[in-house]
Design a protein around this ligand. Sequence first.
Ligand code: FAD
Length: 277
Amino acid sequence: MANRYSFEFFPPKTDIGREKLKDIRKQLAALNPEFFSVTYGAGGSTRDNTRDIVLETKNAGLSVAPHLSFGGDEESDILELLNNYKDAGIDRIVALRGDIPSGTGVTRLVYARELVEFIRKHTGDHFQLDVAAYPEIHPDAKNYNADISFLKDKFDAGANSAITQYFFSADSYFYFLDACEKAGIDKPIYPGIMPITSYKNLARFSRNCGAEIPRWLSQKLDGYGDDQQSIIEFGNEFVTELCHILMEGGAPGMHFYSMNQIDPIKNIAEAVMQSHP
Ligand code: FAD
């Protein structure tokens, strides 16, 4: 069976960002990914923006999966969005709890499992559902096994596959796959791949989402100081090698966090997709 590759975008806020994204999407489409995905601001903060980019991607003849979460939204809002997507011929969704952006006043968080149940209840088997998984464990989780058990709940509720948070240790992914299998999970879990383009931003982002940068890697990246070019070159080489290790170890494909940039994700994806079609 062919490996599954996908690319993630966030919805740009400006016309310039939207034009740039069209160009990036065109270049990445040439690699023939299975689909693109577009993130969603929990609490509805990007509802219109996400929907517009999703529909535009679909109209460009490409397969696309909107991300979706309840946040403070009413069930009727989510149902309307689901029907818009269904009517447009969209058949995939990435279902999440989401993180509430600060300053929105939204406090309600709804577990992703409940969203999966809601989508299945109202739209049956129409959508292929991906959920999030955390090889280094979600920051709010009680412990390792509890997090895996809640992942299993999402599959039991009807999710078809999972995409992981990014990580830089192949071992954490392989150990996680074993633990999931022992817990009775038999669905594909696609590694999420984050390019390395800046150390400070990556370190801050990783602290917030619970992804670990191994000590040797953070020392190496920190050592480049302001030498951005060297960080990019080293990051490109390191992440490409990580992808090869994951694919050779049995990953069923990958999900690339493009960060709406063509470089370095195109180079990394091209190398991996050619070696592991
Ligand atoms: P859940 O699966 O609901 O789990 C959240 C936490 O609650 C976990 O710690 C879990 O162990 C725990 N938990 C689950 N069920 C229970 C229960 N019944 N009782 C007690 N604890 C429980 N965020 C966005 O805002 N927008 C996006 O577009 C977006 N896209 C993402 C894409 C991917 C591939 C990934 C990996 C993450 C994405 N995120 C996004 C981030 C994600 O929303 C956050 O990590 C969020 O904090 C958790 O979402 P979840 O769907 O994993 O939550």
